[in-house]
Write a protein that binds this ligand. Structure first.
Ligand code: ATP
Ligand code: MG
Length: 262
């Protein structure tokens, strides 16, 4: 146990020169990203860019990785998932995987089982404060929830361990615009609570509206990093990254739009 390491020391999570291999092939190459505490950082890029692979590697799920995952002086790049989580990094993987036959409450408990009881209780209360809707769903099986509610449980699962950094892969995938609009302020609240958020999001303007800084990945490599504002003001950079596809490429296309219904 490294009780000596003061958590406040890490004001950012620094992914340095990360390379990730899948099937023997590098799908992320030399990617460096800084995720400051208390801010949202956007990670954008077309399908197959390597965004999910990067998140899974940081979470310790993909083992074929090199580089550094730095929390202050501590490098957890070679650590196991439980250790990474304990160090304060939570990942929300793509695709909302809950245990469908367990209740919402049980799904939250699964996420806290390694924590001391008092921490688990505090984390659970904190997560439910952020998603008060879930209070009335606690005894429902997860499979009975809407996609948006399931996403809330997945986010709550990440937050119960009160991480210092959370990496969210595809917040809005498959969700109705009205649900995305409900989740957006929550991400802001999470960041304002001091947590550093890395947000991967298909709706570029949703991510850029929340983020301070943004990164663009393509073909496993970083193609741009700068302020979210700059990317919003220069949509051609997004076009170049093939974010806008087909007929979207000429207008306010799906990838660039806030999903507010007309
Ligand atoms: N299980 C796997 N085995 C081998 N290669 C994989 C596997 N999953 C993904 N890949 C490859 O890794 C590369 C990066 O994929 P990844 O899923 O990380 O991209 P992504 O940016 O998350 O894309 P998307 O926007 O579609 O979610 C792609 O070339 C993909 O084909
Ligand atoms: Mg992905």
């Amino acid at each position: 146990m490294s009780a000596a390491a003061p958590p406040a020391a890490a004001s950012k999570l620094f992914l340095r020169e990360m390379t990730v291999r899948r099937g023997g092939r590098p799908v992320v190459r030399d990617v460096s990203i800084e995720i400051p505490a208390g801010e949202v950082t956007a990670l954008l890029g077309p399908n197959g860019a390597g965004k999910s692979s990067l998140v899974l590697a940081v979470g310790g799920v993909l083992r074929e990785r090199t580089g550094s995952v730095l929390l202050g002086d501590e490098d957890v790049c070679r650590a196991r998932p439980e250790r990474i989580r304990k160090a304060g990094i939570a990942i929300v993987p793509e695709g909302r995987r809950l245990l469908p036959d367990l209740t919402v409450d049980e799904n939250l408990r699964v996420a806290t089982y390694t924590l001391p009881r008092a921490d688990a209780q505090a984390g659970r209360e904190r997560a439910l404060e952020m998603f008060p809707e879930l209070n009335k769903r606690l005894t429902n099986p997860a499979r009975a929830l809407s996609g948006g509610e399931q996403q809330m449980v997945v986010l709550a699962q990440a937050l119960v361990s009160r991480p210092r950094f959370v990496l969210i892969d595809e917040l809005s995938l498959g969700l109705a615009p009205v649900v995305v609009n409900r989740l957006v302020p929550t991400i802001r609240t999470v960041a304002e609570s001091g947590i550093g958020v890395l947000l991967i999001e298909q709706f570029a303007t949703v991510a850029l509206g929340l983020a301070n800084r943004a990164y663009l990945m393509e073909g496993g490599q970083l193609h741009y990093s700068g302020t979210a504002r700059e990317l919003l003001e220069k949509p051609e950079l997004l076009h170049q990254a093939y974010l806008l596809r087909g007929s979207d490429a000429d207008g306010d296309g799906a990838a660039g739009s806030h999903p507010t219904p007309a």
